[in-house]
Design a protein around this ligand. Sequence first.
Ligand SMILES: Cc1ncc(COP(=O)(O)O)c(C=O)c1O
Length: 420
Amino acid sequence: MPTLTHCRDDFPILQRSVADGIPLAFLDNAASTQRPQSVINAITDCYERYYANVHRGIHTLSEESTTRYEKSRTSLARFVNAEHDHEIIYTAGATAAINTVARSWGNENVTANDTILLTIAEHHANIVPWQQLAASVGCRIEFLPLQDDFNIETDAVRSALERFQPKMFAFTAASNVLGTTFPVTEWTRLAHEHGSTVLIDAAQSAPHQVMDVQAWNADFVVFSGHKVCGPNGIGVLYGKEKLLEAMPPFLGGGGMIRRVTTDGFEPAELPDKFEAGTPPIVEAIALESAVEYVTAIGLDEIEKHEQRLATHADTGLRQIEGLRMIGPETRDRNGIVSFVLNHAHSHDVAHALDASGIAVRAGHHCTMPLHRALGTSATTRASFYFYNTMDEADRLIAAVAEVQKKFAPTGRKRQPRSSG
Ligand SMILES: Cc1ncc(COP(=O)(O)O)c(C=O)c1O
């Protein structure tokens, strides 16, 4: 049984060293997490023992693969507390899931007179598909702005819902830059009161917090497998049965039909209707192992541990002169800590940290509108997961302090350049 205290031993990659023998401190978990041995074993086990295409075969291996693939769906339904297994659609990732909703639900329900409401804190995955929809149907997109404390008050959400009466309110449960977490149940309730459909981007919350789509009462929820210790190439679209049933298929092809003639096709039932082509079979089977693993560790414990690490890092980093934290001081946050240094570009910071064995991410983190609103083009982001340690948080603080010192002006006056 995996435990928080001993979990590092379960991750082969965390045993390696980088930068001439320095132990790796992997603090890039918001981009993608690492996999425990049990998930790696699930992948090899499938390929070694029973891999075959699913649903269509009348032979032992195909039946075994199909059983395992559908068993994964049942486990994922339990993981998010969906009412029905067929409300879980496997996609290529959170991005593909949002595109499915924007194209399928959007084309069916959104017209030129409608508004889509987003927050300025959205990942491009929850902006661009709506912009593409807007380009095709002519609807408007409005953005909820960020307050000075890197939060969005529920009152501001209420006002925007009143003012814009959006057809869809699509928002992230937790920002992938600020670390701010948003009150999903309350915002969903308000949106429903104003007649809006709700999509929750749970890419940054599913790996860290208990999910309950029925308690949230969300219409659609999306997340990616690779951020929750699972393989990449798979994500989840949860949708309420009634909504999914009323939506046309997004991708056409094999597997998603009941019948095809030369004149047209009749779509299959849920969930197959939205899983055209060969689905991510091994990925789904391994994703089941991943959610079993994080569930065994305990999502409440995971959340608390990450908050402890992020709070510690946040407090230490704020002591560094010339460092600006890009995130709230309050504890309504996850394990993400982003910052800018006044004398060093975020790419230089990430490079320098890499030389100390610390993996962080630098840039706009697929949130250009957010960075623009923050008045910066790039930030450095450290993101913790349950396998990170206090020692790694301390290494981060010390290494950033060193980088700031290294890049600080030496005090010597620069010689003015000759203009001649
Ligand atoms: C908040 C958020 N939404 C969506 C995505 C897109 O996830 P994927 O690239 O796995 O589709 C990410 C990825 O970083 C994210 O952080």
